[in-house]
Design a protein around this ligand. Structure first.
Ligand code: 6R9
Length: 651
């Protein structure tokens, strides 16, 4: 198995950081949580569900696992997720508390209290209901990072309709395939958003995705954000502001079954077709409320929480939309990039709002580290008290920098391992309880059962690389792949018996702490975003000039991995000066700019086994500038010499 990161992760391993007495004294989490959960796991989760969530009808059973891997949590319970995220805080007298401090990239701001949010979500729910959206329907959301994204998600939840948020950086093709797969009735979009100092249009991609009128989409709600001219279909399109203004700002909610679908979020798998990960209501919101309380140590009265992820990814679902609001917290939402208009933008925002808890990806931390200590030093970061990391393994060097320069050596760091599929944090140190360790996510949270196993499913010894598995069902677990139960079983439950296969390599260290070693499948992790090699390969071969393509994730100092493509042109196609750029642009159009290969190598042949499988491992060696490994299983072992020579010649 490949193990790309363990070497630079060895040093610093001995070092741990005890929580300060001050932090420990006020921490929400206690060591007793581990014991309680170990003694009675289901009883523990039932208690969390009843304590953290308001149910309109109490549940009768905590878990139904009679038909694995299809779980039902909090059976018989009824609730409304939007009520839990908004109304109950207003009812408890916190209507004036700020829910969202919005910072637009151009510098515009909005302050939205819980009472404001209740009115906006109610209007949006009424507007969607007027368009015929009912429980069980699907609504696609294709928006920039603006409050309307969260409002739309909550409005769907309020009606019992499932949303499917498509990241604004995805192309019209990607949007279209998701709309078709999930059979969306309504799309919510915007004219555009601001990105790197300029308006960046979104609506044209929706028009393209829906052109031909062969999708189930009946209506498109368009938020005005940039004010740029966009085409408007009088039959199909409505202005968000007008549609909401026409509705009352109150809405009587219904309660839905604990297993009512909440959302479908697409993520890259090992094959070309993205998987629609299905999440439901009661278990998802319970585990996220629990994570807010224990992992983020949230104190809703005083904290200012900021998760920098886009709502197009699961981190934005759980820790922008649902988690912080279920907790009744105040959060910051920022539209743009960290370096617009200057490289201190994030730190300026932290200082301005007195952010106390910051949650970001290692790639952003490494980038800030590269830009230099002087930039954060210009801003007052003393409000910070807890830092989080998510999306990929964080190397100890970046961890130490984060702790020292951003956290002033006083903030615990929670390195949270989880996935779109797990719905909520799974492995992370509990702050105030566990001494943190640079580079390690350490241990499973209370109530979560994981193991690192070998090929046969047996737990590995310490310091031996294996596969991370989850050995017991958990409340926020995915309930399936939308419309494809067989693929759900195959992908996650067939590798090992009765265990969920996460697709990550891991090992235990001498203390029994878990270290992640990256993906063990053909999924790449670029800047914390999951991309599939197969999906990019199929985008490349859809170009008329391409005969064959192989894609690998090469090591990259900043983004963790970078997409590197090896392409064989069709007979008769000559490589010209523009070929590489054209192929990169083509992938951008097919999938989205984030999937564009950093490098494209035009080659004569690809390394294949006798059974015709491309040996990506060898291409990865070339991409990483390493000595090419064992090529003896190749049908033609001279192929690698030719490829290495031609890649070297390009440099
Ligand atoms: C939340 C999210 C999931 C994959 C996962 C793993 C990697 C995420 C990590 C981490 C090491 C961490 N990953 N967090 N690896 N340490 N703290 O990122 O979801 O986009 O579905 O990606 O990301 O490889 O399997 P998602």
């Amino acid at each position: 198995m490949t193990n790309t990161t363990s070497q630079d992760r060895q040093h610093g391993e001995e070092q741990t950081f005890e929580p300060s007495a001050e932090f420990a004294a006020q921490a929400n989490a206690t060591a007793a949580l581990y014991d309680e959960a170990a003694a009675d796991r289901l009883g523990f989760w039932a208690e969390q569900a009843r304590e953290l969530i308001s149910w309109d009808t109490d549940f009768t059973d905590t878990l139904d696992w009679s038909d694995p891997p299809f779980a039902r949590w909090f059976v018989g319970g009824k609730l409304n997720v939007a009520y839990n995220c908004v109304d109950r805080h207003v009812e408890a007298g916190h209507g004036d508390r700020v829910a969202i401090h919005f910072e637009g990239e151009p510098g515009d701001t909005r302050t939205i209290t819980y009472a404001d949010l209740q009115r906006e979500v109610s209007r949006a729910a009424n507007a969607l209901a007027a368009l015929g959206v009912v429980q069980g329907d699907r609504v696609a959301i294709y928006l920039p990072m603006i409050p309307e994204a969260v409002i739309s998600m909550l409005a769907c939840a309020r009606l019992g309709a499932a949303h499917s948020v498509v990241f604004g950086g995805f192309s019209s093709d990607a949007l279209r395939s998701r709309i078709l797969d999930v059979q969306a009735k309504v799309v919510i979009t915007a004219d555009g958003g601001y990105r790197r100092g300029k308006p960046s249009a979104l609506k044209p991609a929706v028009d393209e995705a829906l052109a031909g009128g062969d999708t189930p989409v009946e209506k498109v709600l368009v938020v005005e954000r940039t004010g740029e001219d966009v085409a408007f279909d009088a039959e199909r399109d409505l202005h968000w502001a007008e549609a909401l203004a026409a509705q009352p700002d109150t809405h009587e909610y219904e309660s839905f079954d604990s297993e009512n679908p909440l959302f479908v979020l697409y993520t890259s798998g090992t094959t070309g077709k993205p998987k629609g990960i299905l999440h439901t209501s009661g278990g998802y919101i319970t585990q996220n409320a629990f994570a807010m309380r224990t992992v983020f140590d949230i104190k809703p009265e005083t904290d200012v929480f900021w998760c920098t992820a886009d709502v197009g990814w699961v981190t934005g679902h759980s820790y922008v939309a649902y988690g912080p609001l279920a907790a009744g917290a105040t959060q910051v939402m920022y539209e743009g990039t960290p370096d617009t208009p200057h490289r201190g933008r994030w730190w300026e925002i932290v200082a301005k709002h007195g952010v106390t808890i910051l949650y970001a990806a290692p790639t952003a931390i490494r980038t800030a580290m590269k830009w230099g200590d002087e930039i954060p030093a210009e801003h007052d970061l003393s409000s910070l008290r807890l830092l989080g990391s998510v999306g990929e393994p964080i190397n100890p060097e970046a961890w130490m920098w984060y702790r020292r320069v951003i956290g002033g050596d006083r903030c615990p760091i929670v390195d949270t391992w989880w996935q779109t599929e797990t719905g909520a944090h799974m492995i992370a140190p509990l702050p105030g309880v566990i001494a943190t360790k640079p580079g390690s996510s350490q241990r499973a949270l209370p109530g979560i059962s994981v193991a690192v196993v070998d090929d046969t499913g047996e737990p590995v010894e310490r310091n031996v690389a294996g596969y991370l598995v989850i050995t017991e069902p958990w409340p926020a677990m995915l309930r399936g792949i939308y419309g494809d139960p067989e693929r759900f079983k195959d992908t996650y439950w067939s590798r090992f018996e009765n265990m969920y296969f996460a697709g990550d390599g891991a090992r235990y260290d001498d203390d029994g702490d878990i270290w992640f070693l990256g993906r063990v499948d053909d999924v790449m992790n670029v800047s914390g975003h999951r991309l599939s090699t197969a999906e990019i390969e199929s985008a490349l071969v859809s170009h008329e000039a391409v005969a064959e393509a192989a894609v690998v994730g090469a090591q990259d100092e900043t983004s963790g991995q970078a997409v590197v493509a090896f392409v064989i042109l069709r007979g008769g196609e000559e490589q010209t000066e523009g070929t590489v750029e054209e192929l990169r642009a083509h992938v951008g159009r097919e999938i989205g700019p984030i999937a564009k290969p950093k490098r494209v190598h035009i080659v004569e042949e690809l390394p294949k086994t006798r059974s015709g499988k491309i040996m990506r491992r060898l291409l990865k060696d070339v991409a990483d500038n390493r000595l090419v490994g064992d090529a003896t299983t190749l049908a033609d072992s001279s192929v690698m010499d030719v490829i290495s020579a031609s890649v070297a010649g390009e440099k």
